[in-house]
Design a protein around this ligand. Structure first.
Ligand code: C5P
Length: 317
């Protein structure tokens, strides 16, 4: 075995995602929906630390810790165990303890659970000295959840299939965002089910990325990107939580270029023109009764990666 109990372990940083565009096709026979999406990783991170242990275990730390299962339901633990099973007899791997320093909202439409799974895959791969390469990690990621592959990749990327097929998007520039986090999560399956209900009488086409979004990403211009932001799940999320529409209106009134539901919600992401506009908007939104927390973020940032420099590890503490 390449690691043993008492080793300091490996710490991995993994970003939250937002969807700049999310086109949802018809419901498939397996219950999932075909997607055409543009993922974008922002600098709101969970840190995943794995250390060799006598038994498998997980602990969650941070403001959202109470909302995350710390048992076999935990997606990071499932990811570590899946990777161990997948390498089987080819390498000697043993149980790990996983610590999740959680800053990404839970059930917020920002793929926090998927981020933790991706972080655990990268951390265990490094701890166990597997050097698996993208093939095995991507295979494990796809079976753990639709957004896990993007959490490995980061940046700005096109997602297809049920979201698990990811290729980098041709894009320029950095963007500033303000995230309005709700104090109550939304369940992803219920938002997809609500969309099916709202579209019951419609012929739903196969989803395609829009040329407006592709051109906006190439331009690097926040105003162009603001005009192209689009999420088919927004209508369903607002149908379940009408107060989210008020949050979007409040953000626009306070100067945002655009506001959109993130993934299946309920987090609302606002695009602003620069850092200072982000500061102004976060002050304005902090007063809104529906908004539990406001974060500023910028993207794109890299996907799950091992923290190596003292500076990075210092910042993570
Ligand atoms: O893949 P993941 O576990 O993240 O998906 C959670 C749920 O979201 C699925 O069980 C399904 O109800 C819904 N979903 C969907 N179509 C997708 C992705 C997710 O219907 N492309």
């Amino acid at each position: 075995m390449t690691s043993s109990v008492g080793d300091p372990g490996v710490r991995v940083r993994v970003p939250a995602k937002i969807n700049l565009e999310l086109k949802v096709g018809p419901r498939r026979e397996d219950g999932y929906h075909e997607l055409a999406t543009v993922f974008h990783a922002v600098d709101l991170f969970d840190d995943i630390t794995v250390t060799p242990a006598e038994e498998w275990g997980v602990a969650v730390i941070g403001p959202y810790a109470d909302l995350v299962p710390a048992d076999s339901e935990n997606l990071a633990l499932a990811a570590a165990q899946l990777l161990a099973e997948s390498v089987g007899q080819e390498a000697e791997v043993g149980p790990v303890h996983i610590r999740i320093d959680k800053s990404i909202p839970v059930a917020g439409g920002m793929a926090g659970g998927s981020a933790d799974a991706a972080g655990a895959l990268v951390a265990c791969d490094s701890l166990w000295g597997l050097r698996s390469g993208p093939g095995l990690l991507h295979e494990c990621a796809a079976s753990l959840g639709s957004d896990v592959n993007f959490a490995l990749a980061g940046g700005t990327a096109l997602g297809s299939g049920r979201g698990e097929k990811v290729v980098p998007a041709l894009s320029r520039g950095n963007y500033h965002w303000v995230l309005a986090v709700s104090d109550e999560g939304l369940s992803t399956p219920s938002v997809f089910a609500e969309l099916d209900r709202l579209r019951a009488d419609q012929d739903v086409p196969q989803p395609q990325p829009s040329s407006a979004m592709m051109a906006a990403l190439r331009s690097g211009d926040p105003s162009a990107l603001a005009g192209a932001l689009d999420n088919d799940l927004q209508q369903a999320a607002i149908s379940l939580r009408p107060d989210l529409g008020e949050v979007i209106d409040a953000g626009i009134e306070c100067g945002a270029l655009a506001g959109i539901v993130s993934g299946s919600g309920p987090t609302i992401v606002f695009l602003v023109k620069d850092h200072d506009a982000g500061l102004d908007l976060s002050v304005g939104l902090a007063a809104n009764r529906v908004v539990a927390q406001v974060h500023r973020a910028a993207g794109p940032v890299p996907g799950a990666h091992v923290l190596t420099t003292a500076n990075e590890i210092g910042n993570a503490r």
